[in-house]
Structure formats: C-alpha cells, structure tokens
Design a protein around this ligand. Structure first.
Ligand code: IFM
Length: 452
C-alpha cells in the first residue's frame, strides 16, 4: 500500500485510542537495581542455549533511566495512550511479603510522566516476568501463585489505582504458559502439555480473582485481559482438514475465549486433552468468567492447519503456506487475517469492547548513512493493518483502540536482540533512539506534525 491510499486518522472515530505498547522485561533493564528481585526470565537468560544470541535483559533499552525521553518521543508521535507492564519482582522481590518501595516509586515516576505528557497509562500486571522465588515454589503450576498474584495486584493497584484507569491482568497466557511450560522455549522452560494446561488454568483463575481487587483499589477503572489470538484456516477443503482446524482452534483460541465468556472450557478440547486437562475446582469457572470492560487482542499472523495423526493430542499440524509475504520472523503478513479475527470474535463472543493491544512486525532494519532507518516493509505492514482495522470498525466490530508493538526495538525473548519490532530503532551500544520511517509515518498519521 502506498501512503497514498493508507487510511487517515479521520477515517476512525474521534475518540479512538491510539497507543504504543511495551513491556517491563523487554525494555527496562536495571535488572539488579534498586532492590529488584530475580525473575524467571533473568534465570532463563542465564542458562546456556536458551537465548539465541546468548544475551540477557539486564540493560535492554535502559528505559528504567531513559524513560523521560522515551515518553517524550511517544508524545511527539501523537499517541494518546501508552501501554506498559509492571515488573512483579521490582515490587515484591520475593514474590510475596516485603514490598520494595523503590520499585513502586519507579512506577509512580513513570505514570506521572505519562500523565504530564497527556498519555493515558495502560498497565499490564503480568507480562511474563514472574519472581524466581515463586518459581521455586512451583510457579504457575502451584495454586499458591494465584494468591501471590492477588497480593501483588493489591499492592500495585493500591499505589497506582488513583492514576491508572486501564488495567490488563495478563498478557498472552498462551505464551507465558504454553510456550513456558509445554513447548519449553520460554521461561521457565517446561516440557509438559499437562503442565502448560495447568499453568493456563491458574493464570486464568488469577485473572478473574484479580478483577474485584483492581476495581476496589482503582475506582472507575476499566479492566481486561489480553490474548494472543489467530485466525485459522484449513490447509484444504477436505473434511479431515476442516475437522483439524476445529481441534486446533479449540486449543489455540476457544480454550481461552470460551471460559472468559462464561462457557467453561470447550468440551471437544477437554475430551481430546484427556488426562492433560487441568484440575478445575468449584468456583474456578465462575471466577474466570468475571465480567470485564474490554478484551485485549494481540494480532500478528494467521495460521493454516492440516489433519495430522502425528500432530499431538489435537492431531493437527501447522502448514507453511507457499508464496506468501512474511516478516523477518517468518510470520505470514495478512491484514485480511485481522479483519477475519476481529469479525469472528465479535460474531462468536460479542465482547463489549475490543482493544487491539498489540500489532507489529520485525524485519532486518538497517541504519543508513543518512542516519535513518528506511523500514519500507514495516511501514507498509502498519498502513495495511490500519486499513484492515478500519474495515473491521466500519463493519461494526467494537474496536476502540490500537497499540503498535512496539515503541522501541527491544529484547525479543528467546530471540534476544536479533528481532527488532520498534517504531524507533535502538542502537544498543549508545542507547540512542532513532524513529524509523514507520514511526515517523505513525506520527504523521496521528498529528501530521512530523513528515516522512
Ligand atoms: O515481543 C512480544 C511481546 O512481548 C508479546 N507479544 C508478541 C511480541 C512479539 O513477539
């Protein structure tokens, strides 16, 4: 898409929320400063072979010290909302018990800085950096971690609840639990499907039980959860592949959406899981279904699946479509997938409000001699996804906000610093930030002050 037929801000409702998205572990650095405790990701990074470039996030983008300039940049870009996450081990270094005042003071400064700049703070309570001390007691496999999460939520929302009016309990339980406890590629590196399912269940229960705590401490706040969801297609029109699609969708999407919207876990998926299904206690499903104000959706790419008897309990495996456009991660670029996903969520679940809490892409960025990053592919990705978003809004899907992932290049988990998702390029040696062409265009789209 040329800038020519990219949407303009005026194509969206005037009260649409425009933001950027970040997370604590990926940008803050200051990994051992001011009393912060160790997180499972600090530990994971220290294990040889876990992170592709052998790096860690002890310094990352040094946002802990450079946040004023990062927020100045966000403000100049014209966003009106800023999504960030809170590092649990900065607040409760041992997971529970003693509170680290310096950690709370950091988020005071961060939130106040946002408000001074007219940025609406959107806080995520859990973006994967569990205190290592809790992992040693079982992490999300232990029901006690639910109580620890409630204690942490209470401490944070008591302190920030007067100023933060948008709370996200968890970011992408699929990634923190299934990639962390089943696929073994994220911290803590577990390798059991049953563990992945149990961790997911505890995370979902903790989400539901945290809602009244947040509402009590942050009057008038809006509360939601963010899921990573995928539109899924069958690899062919055969009955077998279509049945495989349904099975895969059960685990990937419905497993989360159904209980959050009061339907309990999907029967067909429960049956296929057999002994790997989590133990559900009385009251758990009611807690998970506690009403929220919005559903946060992170969209990156669609999936295609085929019937495959060797494809695990769901008997399905992913198919790499040929000849499609892909990001540097190999993820298919599909703006239409965003329309499909949003309309499907609306049709099947009718959430009151959807917030697109992440969307973005990684490509090989080059800092050129003119001191710029001409990231034409990311720019085109952004423009086409905004056009798709407009299509969904026009079709009546109640999407009320868009948060670009991410403000800054950052620590991309198991990929370390090999993947850049930022609208701003980060030169990690000097910590200099340089708005890429995509970031300049987003700024132009938002306030027409910056010119590409
Ligand atoms: O960097 C991550 C983020 O932490 C969660 N959502 C997906 C992003 C890109 O992989």
């Amino acid at each position: 898409m040329s800038a020519h037929n990219a949407p303009t801000r005026k194509d969206f409702p005037a009260d649409f929320r425009w933001g950027v998205s970040t997370s604590s572990f990926q940008i803050e650095g200051a990994g051992q400063e001011d009393g912060k405790g160790e997180s499972i990701w600090d530990r994971f990074c220290a294990e040889p072979g876990r992170i592709r470039d052998g790096s860690n996030a002890l310094v990352a983008c040094d946002h802990y010290h450079l946040f004023p300039q990062d927020m100045d940049m966000a403000k100049a870009m014209g966003v009106n909302a800023y999504r960030f996450s809170i590092a649990w081990p900065r607040i409760l270094p041992q997971g529970r018990g003693a509170v680290n005042e310096a950690g709370l003071a950091f988020y005071d400064r961060l939130v106040d800085g946002m408000l001074e700049r007219g940025l609406d703070p959107w806080a995520t309570l859990y973006h994967w950096d569990l205190p290592q001390a809790l992992q040693e007691q079982g992490g999300w496999l232990s029901r006690d971690t639910i109580a620890a999460f409630l204690e942490y939520t209470d401490v944070v929302t008591r302190r920030l609840g007067d100023r933060v009016k948008h709370w996200i309990t968890h970011n992408e339980p699929w990634c923190s639990c299934m990639m962390g406890y089943w696929e073994g590629v994220h911290a803590p590196g577990g390798k059991s499907l049953a563990d992945g399912m149990l961790a997911c269940h505890h995370v979902l229960v903790s989400h539901g039980q945290a809602i009244p705590v947040i509402r009590a401490n942050s009057p008038g706040a809006e509360v939601g959860i963010t899921l990573s969801l995928h539109p899924i297609k069958a690899a062919s029109s055969s009955a077998e592949d279509i049945a495989a699609l349904k099975r895969h969708d059960g685990l990937r999407n419905r497993w989360f959406l159904d209980p959050l919207f009061g339907r309990g876990y999907p029967e067909d998926t429960l049956k296929l899981l057999g002994d790997a299904a989590p133990k559900v206690l009385p009251g758990d499903l009611e807690a998970i279904a506690t009403a929220t104000d919005f559903l946060g959706v992170n969209y990156y790419f669609p999936e295609a699946v085929k019937d495959d008897p060797a494809g695990g309990l769901m008997r399905a495996s992913l198919v790499d479509k040929e000849g499609v456009e892909r990001t540097g991660f190999g993820w298919e670029v599909s703006p239409q997938g965003l329309v499909d996903l949003l309309t499907r969520i609306q049709r099947d679940y009718s959430p009151p409000v959807i917030q697109l809490t992440e969307n973005g892409s990684t490509f090989e960025d080059v800092l050129t001699a003119d001191g710029r990053v001409h990231d034409a592919e990311r720019l085109s990705y952004l423009q086409r996804h905004l056009a798709a978003l407009k299509q969904a809004v026009d079709a009546g899907v109640p999407v009320k906000g868009y948060f670009a992932w991410s403000l800054l290049d950052n620590f991309e988990w198991a990929e370390g610093y090999l993947r850049r998702f930022g609208l701003a390029y980060v030169d990690y040696a000097s910590q200099q930030r340089i708005l890429k062409d995509s970031g300049l265009w987003y700024g132009q789209f938002l306030n027409e002050k910056l010119k590409v």
